[in-house]
Design a protein around this ligand. Structure first.
Ligand code: NAD
Ligand code: DAU
Length: 335
């Protein structure tokens, strides 16, 4: 199988490339990524040695550059490429609409023109909006995006659906909860808190710290997408999540405990505007219909992840030396 993976130099995309090269050495992967601040080829060092892996620096809104990739005989498209950070979408929404909506539509158009066999849109539980204290998101929960990021992802999901309904494109949409694991950019909660704790800096917790996320180890997300590629019924949406609800304070306290740092580093800061209170996924459909089973337990997965960042300290330092610093100062002020 020849796969086009977009956004493969980011957090989940690079983990997916490693997963696929290991699990399906017979497949060929072409990774297309424009290498924004979040794209890092260092994540793919091992993959770059494999003969069945290629990389091309292309923006997913660049139709003519993408065409040259489709001309190589792509069978499956897995679209990870996106602007992915909610806080940045509040500061600068434009690029979210450009990449997440227009980029997805460009890929859909080419997929239709070249008659690909499967288009998998890697979406998010955030398109469903927020939950109260009880209940879970199912695939039938109405879309109610609350941030410019999630609105742009919801827009992309509707385009994917429309290309199935209107043109018969063989598509699936996956909607996963929060991922954690190696190679996550340190603007996101877990790597940000790890790196601040290590540096002895304060840990900026938004609002009361009681917002809840449903955490899944990134490799379990990758195995779910792999199953959807092979067994997903065309036109269907699959929710992905591991039933690991934790509030932000619980996550932060685990990090501090594991790094042997004091809780006095926690600083409650101004809340994120439109901050979704709780996400929680009902993954019954993908479990029962496709036989997906997550392998990682949150308690051990989070400790392994903290250790990964500890032993890959230099990776973090190199990532931080880029444009991240400017963004950090804009978001949290000088420190
Ligand atoms: P990320 O920000 O780490 O990576 C995004 C990648 O896309 C980067 O390599 C970046 O260079 C690339 N990219 C951005 N704009 C591009 C463009 N115009 N053309 C080509 N490449 C471009 O994001 P992530 O956390 O790995 O998320 C990957 C996907 O999974 C996203 O679509 C996101 O919405 C979705 N998702 C993420 C999570 C999560 O917890 N991180 C959960 C569910 C779904
Ligand atoms: O649910 C899936 C989504 O998870 C993905 O679609 C997004 O791409 C991904 O970024 C993530 O979004 P969140 O907004 O949930 O993740 P983030 O790591 O930004 O924040 C997690 C929680 O931690 C959220 O309640 C906000 C809070 N937070 C975050 C940061 C960066 C803080 O309290 N302080 C912080 O500094």
């Amino acid at each position: 199988m020849k796969l086009l993976v977009t956004g493969g130099a980011g957090f989940i995309g690079s983990n997916f490339v490693h997963y696929m090269l290991r699990e399906h050495p017979e497949d060929t992967i072409i990774n297309v990524d424009s290498l924004t601040y979040a794209g890092n080829l260092e994540n793919l060092h091992a993959a770059a040695q494999q003969p069945n892996y290629q990389f091309a620096r292309i923006d997913i809104t660049d139709r003519s550059a993408l065409r040259s990739i489709f001309e190589q005989g792509i069978e499956v498209v897995v679209n990870f490429a996106a602007e992915s950070h909610v806080d940045r979408s509040i500061l600068e929404p434009d690029v979210f609409v450009r990449t997440n909506v227009l980029g997805t539509q460009t890929l859909l158009d080419l997929s239709k023109e070249f008659g690909i066999e499967k288009f998998v849109q890697v979406s998010t539980d955030e398109v469903y909006g927020t939950l109260g204290d009880t209940g879970l998101f199912t695939e039938l929960t109405p879309l109610a995006a609350n941030s410019p990021y999630s609105a742009s992802k919801a827009g992309a999901d509707l385009l994917v659906r429309a290309y199935h309904e209107t043109f018969g494109l063989p598509v699936n949409i996956t909607r996963c909860s929060n991922n954690y694991g190696p190679y996550q950019f340190p603007e996101k909660l877990i790597p940000l808190m790890i790196q601040n704790a290590l540096a002895g800096q304060s840990l900026p917790v938004y609002g009361d710290g009681l917002n809840v996320r449903d955490w899944l180890y990134v490799e379990d997300h990758c195995s779910a997408i792999d199953l959807v590629i092979r067994k997903g019924e065309n036109g269907e949406v699959y929710n992905i999540g591991g039933n690991n609800e934790r509030n932000n304070l619980q996550v932060v306290r685990t990090i501090l405990k594991e790094l042997n740092k004091p809780e006095s580093l926690i600083a409650f800061v101004k809340d994120r505007p439109g901050h979704d209170r709780r996400y929680a996924i009902d993954a019954t459909k993908i479990r029962e219909q496709l036989g997906w089973l997550p392998k990682y337990n949150y308690e051990t997965g989070i400790v392994e992840t903290i250790r990964w960042y500890l032993s890959n300290h230099e990776w973090m330092e190199r990532v931080k030396s880029g444009s991240y610093i400017k963004y950090y100062e804009k978001q949290y002020g000088e420190h």
